[in-house]
Design a protein around this ligand. Sequence first.
Ligand code: ACO
Length: 340
Amino acid sequence: MPTPGPPAPRTSASARAAVLSGLGTSLPPRVVTNDELAQRLDTSHDWIIERTGIARRRVAAPGTTTAALATAAGRAALASAGRSSCETVIVATTTPDRSCPATAPSVATALGLTGAAAFDVSAVCSGFVYALSVASSMIVAGLCGSVLVIGAELYSAIVDPDDRSTAIIFGDGAGAVLLERGERSAPGAVLHHDLGSDGEGRDLITVPPGERFLRMRGREVYVRAVPTMTASARRVAEAAGWRPGEIDGFVGHQANLRILQSVAKRLELPDERVIANIAEVGNTAAASIPLALASAAGQGRLARGDRLVLTAFGGGLTWGSTALLWSGARPVHQEVEPLS
Ligand code: ACO
């Protein structure tokens, strides 16, 4: 009988964590500036930039699908991690290509991952944070070893082009991260989550039943977003053992620059710790947090081991935060693939 060797190293469930190993993005090539919108809407560049911080956004060509954007971002995240496969694919989206079935199985197959578990998460602008919590819980529970979490949105399909209160805000795009099994002390470790909802606010951001376009009561959403995001960010930081002032990077959902600045002020964070790319891409809902992360990482603004808090707020109402240590992943960008 062979002599048994030393036991294989094991990670106990309490020390096991999901670790972010790859980060990818995809944006449609067409840039729409505020001046272009002002040619057909009763608005101006100055109004939009002062009230929202948005200078331009990307808008997909007719026929582009959410699955195409998600696939390109997912492929980029796998490339960023140096991987060619994963066990589970989660797509967070408000704009699925079909109401049935989910978008994720098509994305998994397009990535060559037929057979992988694949499903969508629907939590509007909080979708990416919700999906991260599901993915990391699956890994910590030992259900699988790797999950591709993709936020992908095609808001141009649900925004009324004649409604100046929403047409100026939203953009199309996708961002993705790969989570893999690792340890809580590792750079990239996802440490804590905080999630919540309030269905009383369901009419504040909604596509009314039987209608095609999104309607948003922006001022009322704004007033609720600031205290709710602040409280959620505080809770997740405390759960991770950090004082709010110890957060190295606050990556809030990019809905409005003034919301991000107000939350940061309440958390007593200096402006340089606020990650914002809203000027370039507008509000991309479930894609906004990974797009903002990639923008900051690409500019060298994040150091390995940095304490990051990701916080979102949006339709539902829903909100949520994730605390993680930055992994040092290098973001990869991939153009959305041509229609097949
Ligand atoms: N250009 C010029 N004027 C405008 C425009 C525009 N594009 N849009 C609205 N206005 C006018 C309004 O008609 C109003 O005019 P009035 O005073 O004569 O009535 C005035 O500007 C002020 O309107 P408000 O809606 O109060 O403007 P506000 O400063 O609140 O900015 C905005 C609007 C940008 C929508 C802001 O309220 C906001 O960012 N809200 C939060 C959005 C958010 O966080 N959403 C959650 C995530 S998105 C999701 O989940 C899908």
